[in-house]
Design a protein around this ligand. Structure first.
Ligand SMILES: Nc1ncnc2c1ncn2[C@@H]1O[C@H](COP(=O)(O)OP(=O)(O)OP(=O)(O)O)[C@@H](O)[C@H]1O
Length: 435
């Protein structure tokens, strides 16, 4: 990819999209800016060039932060429609009392909304249009923060959000090429003024482009460094996954049990990754947790000082040679949701809950709670296989204030099954961790 200012040729986009082969359905995140409009156009070229390509759904989040945002979403909807793709717009209502971190909150809300929709629609993967210049900027920003290996490896080409695979097929492509691609395709695109607003770190960095390039810190060189570091990150992730396969028991009920002796003896990097991973999987992706907190946890475990604690939405309890991790039931509870017959939804970023269309009426899904868990302990044998505290945050299904099911896919039917039209499936990665 030496010519950085011409449209992307077929040989290149075919290679970019190769990892997407085999998905029956794909969602693509399109803001209406040049990068994601280029991705949309290339995806159309790709689907046209293949007889058996995936069904595409285009997703736009209207953050309502600029007056033009609704009309920009409408333009994306029109273009997606002309291409023969389904389109959905989600409106985000920001909490205006919170003054800080609007970009980070918008980003989190965006991924949550899109992942939720993907679960409802049965779409396993979401594409975003991150590119080489995004990668280079991310590396520089992380350097400035003193990030470690994971941070410096920057944006992964393949990630995960609440059980949905995230693919970034254009990560090796310079932004200028995407602009040339979208221009050659004759597609309109929106300009986001926050890209040049000096209140934001990324925009400040862009203003220093010339100075950085003069020092040899070109986007290509930075992205290459990130790519090399990402190989090291991938190797460590793989080693951690192997460790987890033999030292972790992950329950279909969404809790994890780790062999405490093996965790203490594991290399720091592997033990830390295991803890981070399990907290992210079982904790419903609450606020991001700083690495330093995991380092303290590991030190305490090794020094036998690890009393029960909470971290990242989880409760972590050490004892009898094991470590148990499960979603914490906080005082402010876990949000409930109402499920209509025939509906499927993501609950607490952990379980895909569904109600068969034969169900007689809607149900409410909520955490089982302490009283419910006590009541069921003798009647539902698998409950005894998971830690007591992990039972409180299990998905339970209620109708008219009566508990009708706590069915978890992969476990024996429960004793309360007054209704067998409800199902809950833990969203996280069976094949990577022993269950
Ligand atoms: N409002 C939006 N609606 C739909 N997709 C969006 C929206 N904003 C961003 N995206 C998707 O995310 C990609 C990256 O955009 P941007 O760099 O602004 O997002 P980000 O989420 O902050 O990035 P990161 O995930 O690296 O933090 C876009 O190319 C697009 O695919």
């Amino acid at each position: 990819m030496t010519d950085t200012h011409s449209p992307l040729p077929e040989s290149v986009w075919e290679r970019c999209f190769a990892p997407l082969t085999g998905y029956p359905r794909l969602a693509v995140a399109v803001s209406g800016g040049p990068d994601s409009m280029a991705l949309l156009h290339l995806l159309r070229c790709w689907t046209e060039s293949r007889g058996d390509s995936a069904e595409i759904t285009v997703l736009t989040v209207d953050h309502g932060l600029r007056p033009e945002s609704a009309s920009e979403a409408a333009v994306v909807a029109d273009i997606a429609g002309e291409m023969g793709f389904t389109h959905r717009t989600f409106r985000w209502e920001p909490d205006t009392t919170e003054a800080s971190g609007i970009q980070a909150r918008a980003r989190r809300a965006r991924y949550d909304l899109m992942a939720r929709y993907c679960h409802e629609a049965g779409i396993p993967a979401l594409l975003t249009a991150h590119h080489l210049d995004d990668q280079a900027e991310t590396l520089l920003m992380r350097l400035a923060r003193g990030s470690g290996l994971d941070g410096l490896a920057a944006i992964p080409s393949r990630g995960d959000w609440a059980g949905i695979a995230i693919h970034r097929p254009l990560l090796d492509v310079p932004k200028a090429r995407l602009i040339a691609t979208v221009a050659a395709a004759g597609l309109p695109y929106a300009k986001d003024p926050s890209n040049t607003d000096s209140r934001f770190e990324r925009a400040r960095l862009r203003k220093e482009q010339a100075a950085l390039q003069a020092l040899g810190l070109t986007p290509e060189a930075l992205a290459l460094a990130a790519k090399r570091l990402s190989r090291a990150r991938a190797a460590l992730d793989e080693a951690a996954a192997e460790f987890m396969a033999s030292a972790v028991r992950l329950s279909c009920a969404g809790s994890a049990e780790v062999d405490g002796v093996r965790l203490r003896d594991a290399p720091d990097e592997i033990a830390l990754r295991t803890l981070q991973r399990l907290v992210a999987m079982t904790g419903g992706r609450q606020e991001p947790v700083r690495l330093a907190k995991f380092e303290t946890l590991l030190d305490d475990l090794r020094a036998d000082h690890a009393a029960a604690r909470t971290l990242g939405g989880c409760r972590i309890v050490a004892g009898s040679g094991k470590l148990q991790i499960a979603r914490e039931l906080r005082r402010d509870g876990i949000a409930e949701l109402i499920l209509q017959p025939g509906e499927r939804a993501l609950w607490d970023n952990r379980f895909v809950v569904s109600l068969a269309d034969t169900a007689e009426s809607p149900v409410t899904v909520r955490a089982l709670g302490e009283a419910g868990a006590r009541d069921l302990a003798d009647r539902t044998p698998w409950l005894n296989d998971i830690p007591r505290f992990a039972r409180f945050s299990l998905p339970s299904c209620w109708r008219n204030q009566a508990l009708v099911s706590i069915s978890c896919e992969g476990l024996e039917p429960d004793a309360v099954r007054a209704d067998d039209t409800f199902n809950a499936r833990f969203v996280h990665l069976w094949d990577e961790v022993g269950s």
